[in-house]
Structure formats: C-alpha cells, structure tokens
Design a protein around this ligand. Structure first.
Ligand code: PLP
Length: 288
C-alpha cells in the first residue's frame, strides 16, 4: 500500500510521524473519507471544501500547494488501484496541527501541519434492490459527544464509544438524540426517515456532521421531484414510528434500517421509498 505523508507518496510502513504530533496527543486535527468506484471519486470537491472549512474553523493553515485534496486522493488511486483490484476504494485524508516540542494546549506558533492519507477497500456500490438489501439493526442513545459535531474532528472517542456500544451487542449503529429528545445523527452516519409520506432529515447545525452523502441524497431527491423532502427536527418517538429509516455515509451510501431498539421499523422489511431514492443516489452521485 502506498500512502501519502507531508508531500510524498511512500509505502505505508515507511510513513512515520512524531509521538509529539498533536493529532496523537490531543486528537487535534481534521479528516475526510472520500469514496471512489472504478477510479472515480464521489464528490471530491465537496469533500475538499468540507476539509478546508474544518481546517479554517480550528485555525490550521496548510499551504495552498499542499492542500490539493483531490490531487492527493487521485494520486493515491493511481498508485494503489492495481493491488486493490475490486476498484472500490476509500481515501482517508488527515491533517493534524503538527508536532510541537512540548505538550501545551494552546496552538503552537510556526509548527507545520502533518498531512497524511491512505487508500483502503470499501464495499462495492450495488444497484439498490429491496429484495437483496440487508436491513440494518440499530439502537438509540443520548448523544454524549461534544457540541461541535459539525466539525469533522479526528477526536473521535465520543463517536467510537457510541459505535462500540452497538457493535458489542452485535448490531450495526447507534442513532443519537439530544437532551430535548430530538434525533441528530448516528455515530458514523446521518439519519433520514419517511414519516406520513414525507422524507425528513434533521436540519444542519452544531449537533451533526454535514454529510456529503446526505447532501447528494437530498439533492438527488429534489432533482427527481417524486417525493417531498423536509429538513426538520425529528423526535425519537417519530423516528421509532416512521415507515422507513435510512442511514447515509460515504462508506455505506444509503442504507435501510429495519430494527430500532429491538422494534421493527414499519413492517420490518426494506422499504419501497428507500429503493427509489437509493437508485436516484446511485444514478446522480458522480455529478456532484
Ligand atoms: N455523521 C458522522 C458522525 C460521521 O462520522 C459521518 C461519516 O463518517 C457521517 C455523518 C456521514 O458523512 P459523509 O456522508 O460525508 O460520509
């Protein structure tokens, strides 16, 4: 596997960073995961823009010539596609504030950010088929992460703990709700539901990541015009009573949920609306 570190492509095992790196000591960094199929990135520019927004939000400055995220992702694809023969490849890109000489919370002056990226296999992107799709089982928990969830921070311990709690029970994800009982997102994905014939998803704010898959799906649904889509708050009760629930993320695309807290969603099988909109996502995803 060829990775990328600070301007150079090199074998992953030769990519080394300092233990004083603030990414390691503080989780002080921003990351992205960009999916690709057959060598084509999905929404590379949208991922690059979110990366730059996150970096500017936490005050990390990467030189313009070193922050061409799409070029780094394409460089990794060019160097790795031959040994990732299934051609379904995720690109992980990570920028930390860099290595300081001391461990001190304040942002250091004159430290060069660390830029690291590598490629890994992801699931293939099949044409959505409700008779074939395996529905996910999820649980719900109060969101116990921090309150800047719109920043794609490398400090993922809160997400890791919510995800592990479901994984340890043999289920797929943990859907999160805030102190007011409103659903925000899940530990590694965004949430959609079909309620009274309308597709709903929580509005963007500091309680959730502005998912690129979410963005592509919303715009694909609006382009097709077959269903109404509303960004609004969803109570936990509404979610549990919804006809359909889906999760979105770069690696799982649009995934149907059939069980929440051991109760069936709708009639317990993968829904028709899911098949329609997931097909629409599948058709439109390379045009963003
Ligand atoms: N929400 C969280 C907490 C995530 O970690 C992710 C992605 O991994 C998402 C949502 C989905 O974002 P995207 O569609 O950009 O992958």
């Amino acid at each position: 596997t060829i990775a990328y570190l600070n301007g150079e492509f090199k074998p992953l095992e030769q990519a080394q960073i300092s233990p004083m790196d603030r990414g390691f000591l503080f989780g002080d960094g921003i990351y992205e995961v960009v999916p690709s199929y057959a060598g084509k990135l999905v929404a590379g520019n949208l991922h690059a823009q979110r990366m730059n927004r996150g970096l500017s939000e936490i005050g990390i400055k990467v030189l313009a010539e070193e922050s061409n995220w799409v070029a780094i992702a394409e460089g990794l694809l060019a160097r790795n596609l031959d040994h990732l023969p299934d051609q379904n490849v995720g690109i992980y890109i990570h920028v930390s504030r860099g290595a300081d000489t001391k461990r001190f919370h304040a942002f250091p002056e004159g430290v060069k950010p660390t830029v690291f990226a590598f490629a890994f296999s992801i699931a293939p992107s099949a044409v959505p088929d409700r008779t074939q799709a395996k529905g996910l089982h999820v649980q719900t928990q109060e969101d116990l992460r921090w309150r800047r969830c719109h920043i794609k921070s490398t400090s993922l311990l809160g997400n890791v703990m919510h995800f592990q709690d479901s994984f340890g029970k043999g289920i797929n994800e943990t859907v999160l709700y805030n102190q007011d009982g409103m659903v925000t997102e899940a530990s590694v994905s965004n949430v959609f539901a079909v309620i009274d014939g309308e597709i709903v998803t929580p509005p963007l704010d500091n309680q959730l990541l502005p998912g690129i898959t979410r963005h592509i799906l919303i715009n694909s649904i609006r382009k097709d015009g077959q269903y109404q889509l509303v960004e609004r708050q969803i109570t936990l009760e509404e979610l549990k009573g919804a006809d359909e629930v889906w999760l979105t993320s770069s690696s799982k695309e649009v995934a149907p949920v059939v069980m929440i807290d051991n109760q069936a969603v709708g009639n317990g099988v993968v829904g028709e609306v899911w098949e329609q909109v997931a097909k629409s996502y599948h058709t439109h995803k390379f045009s963003f």
